[in-house]
Ligand binder design. Structure first.
Ligand SMILES: C[S@@+](CC[C@H](N)C(=O)[O-])C[C@H]1O[C@@H](n2cnc3c(N)ncnc32)[C@H](O)[C@@H]1O
Length: 242
C-alpha cells in the first residue's frame, strides 16, 4: 500500500476507544456486491453481539476454527476455507464492499464452512468470541498506518495481542503478513514480548511465505512497487498470561 492510498489520508472520526485501526471508507459497492449483501448475508452473515456466540450451534457441528481479521476482498479467506472443509472459518471485516465480494465468492464455491462478521475486530475479540474458541488466527496486511503520529492506530500492539491470546486456544497458530518493514519489526517486537505466544522462527523472527496464502491483488501490487513481504507465525503457549 502506498501512503496516498492508505486510510490515514482520509478524514478520521474522533477515536472512541484505545485502538481505532480503521476508517469507514465509502467505497463503491457494485450492484453484484449489493445483491450479495441482500441475498447472501442471511446465509453467511452473523450480526455483532456483545455476548459470546455458540460457534458449534452457528456451524451446526464441532470442528476446529480459523478466524481471519481484516480480510479485505477475502481472497485469502476464500482460498483457505475451500482448501479446508474440515475447518470452520470466520471472517471479520468492516469494509462492506469487501464483505459483498467475499459473499459472492462463497456462493459460487458453495461454501458451508464460512461465516462473516461485519464489525470492528477489537469488539468481536473482546465480546463476541469465547476464550480459546479458535485454533487459527490470520491477519494479512493489516493497515500499516505509515505516519508516526498514526502508529497508535496499528492493530498489532500489546493490548490487541492479549485479545488474540484470549480467543486463540493453547497450541493454536497466529499467522501474520505485512509489506511494511517498520510494521514487520513492530509485530515481531510486540508479539515476541507476550508470554502468550512463542515465535515459530525464534532465530530469524520471520517464516517463509506460506504456499497456502494466495497472492492477492494487494500483494501483487506491492511486489510491482518493489515492497518486501514479511510473514510471521506464532504458537499460543499453554502457560497462559490470561
Ligand atoms: C490493508 S487491508 C488488507 C486486506 C487483506 N487482508 C489483504 O491482504 O488484501 C486491511 C483491512 O483490514 C480492515 N480492518 C482494519 N481494521 C479493522 C478492524 N478493527 N476490524 C475489522 N477489519 C479491520 C480494513 O477495512 C481493510 O480491509
Amino acid at each position: 500500500m502506498t501512503e496516498d492510498q492508505s486510510p490515514e489520508n482520509e478524514a478520521t472520526p474522533p477515536s472512541r476507544r484505545s485502538i481505532r485501526s480503521f476508517v469507514i471508507r465509502g467505497g463503491r459497492q457494485t450492484a453484484a456486491q449489493q445483491r450479495a449483501m441482500d441475498e447472501l448475508w442471511p446465509r453467511y452473515g452473523v450480526e455483532f453481539s456483545a455476548q459470546p456466540v455458540d460457534l458449534d450451534r452457528m456451524f451446526g457441528r464441532q470442528a476446529p476454527r480459523m478466524l481471519e481479521i481484516g480480510f479485505g476482498a477475502g481472497e485469502a479467506l476464500l482460498a483457505f476455507t475451500q482448501a479446508h472443509p474440515e475447518l470452520d472459518c470466520i471472517g471479520v471485516e468492516v469494509h462492506k464492499p469487501g464483505v459483498g465480494h467475499l459473499l459472492l465468492g462463497a456462493e459460487s464455491a458453495g461454501l458451508k464452512n464460512l461465516r462473516v462478521i461485519c464489525h470492528d475486530a477489537v469488539e468481536v475479540l473482546q465480546q463476541q468470541l469465547a476464550p480459546a474458541s479458535v485454533q487459527f488466527i490470520h491477519i494479512f496486511f493489516p493497515d500499516p498506518w505509515h505516519k508516526k503520529r498514526h502508529h497508535k492506530r496499528r492493530l498489532i500492539q500489546p493490548e490487541f495481542v492479549e485479545l488474540l491470546a484470549r480467543v486463540l486456544a493453547p497450541g493454536g497458530k497466529l499467522r501474520l503478513a505485512t509489506d511494511w518493514e517498520h510494521y514487520a519489526i513492530q509485530m515481531r517486537e510486540v508479539i515476541d514480548a507476550s508470554a502468550s505466544f512463542a515465535n515459530d522462527a525464534p532465530d530469524t523472527g520471520f517464516v517463509a511465505r506460506s504456499e497456502e496464502r494466495p497472492l492477492t491483488r494487494f500483494e501483487r501490487r506491492g511486489q510491482r512497487l518493489g515492497h518486501g513481504v514479511w510473514d510471521l507465525s506464532y504458537t499460543r503457549t499453554r502457560s497462559s498470561s490470561q
